[in-house]
Write a protein that binds this ligand. Structure first.
Ligand SMILES: [Zn+2]
Length: 266
């Protein structure tokens, strides 16, 4: 099997995880910028994080033969501080020139606040001005449906953004359809408990089809499984999916979306 991990927070993983992913057939890993599990004390914390994502982590992944790409932004959780957000957005352009940066992400909403909405709009504008792909994080649980609606409205309102260059991640049963209807891509995050379990993700694929949709493990600093994508691929085979259709979902789809950036080369 070959697959792509399109959304993995590798800075919080061990070398054992890298080895296991490569052994399972991982052909590339893509790492959006996100919350670190704690709030940074200032813009310098983000500067060093962006250096880690664009310089150190690709080198660490290369030791295991794994191409590593990244996305840059200030995450929605820390965007509540608009002064900090403004400072972080100002340093992003200098990193966009780095050879493994695919776009702006994971932007979006956390608690659907007014400040988060403003910072989301700034990021969409930044992506439009620099012709970047966009990767969006949607809120959890009771905030997800409303947050997803708000996010789709912000993106649709900017005529410079082509929908096929945007992926809305962490979709669930009640948000997958509304995302796909806009022409944007949808991502499903496979967590052991919250978000999508493998069984639910396959149900969603069988309900909404396997076009413009990917699966990822997130594999962050919380409880998560770096091999969730290949394990779900095994479960798809058990449920009767043929090998070619499984590969389309776990390899072909993420390769097609990220291949819209000239930087994504395997
Ligand atoms: Zn993430």
């Amino acid at each position: 099997m070959r697959y792509i991990e399109p959304h993995g927070h590798m800075v919080s993983r061990t070398t054992d995880d890298y080895q296991a992913m490569v052994t399972a057939g991982c052909a590339a890993v893509c790492e959006p910028a996100f919350w670190a599990g704690f709030d940074r004390s200032g813009v310098q914390g983000f500067y060093d994080y962006f250096r880690q994502l664009t310089d150190y982590e690709p080198k660490r992944a290369a030791k295991f033969g794994l191409p590593h790409f990244c996305w840059l932004c200030i995450n929605p959780k820390e965007s509540e501080d608009m002064g900090l957000a403004k400072e972080v957005l100002a340093i992003i352009p200098e990193f966009l020139a780095q050879p493994t940066v695919l776009g702006i992400g994971e932007i979006g909403l956390n608690k659907n606040t007014r400040n988060e909405m403003s910072v989301l709009e700034w990021h969409v504008d930044l992506a439009a001005r620099h012709d970047q792909l966009i990767l969006v994080h949607t809120p959890h649980l009771e905030d997800k449906l409303k947050g997803t609606r708000l996010i789709l409205d912000v993106i649709k309102a900017d005529s410079r953004i082509r929908p096929e260059r945007v992926i809305i991640d962490h979709v669930e049963e009640h948000t997958a359809g509304m995302v796909l209807d806009t022409g944007m891509w949808a991502g499903m995050t496979l967590y052991p408990e919250s978000k999508c379990t493998p069984a639910r993700a396959i149900d969603i694929l069988e309900t909404f089809g396997a076009e413009r949709i990917w699966m990822n493990s997130a594999c962050d600093w919380g409880i998560s499984v770096p091999l969730a994508v290949p394990r779900t691929a095994v479960e798809m085979r058990r449920r009767g999916w043929d090998a070619a259709r499984v590969e389309q979902v776990v390899f072909g789809n993420p390769a097609k979306f990220m291949g819209q950036s000239p930087r994504f080369k395997l």
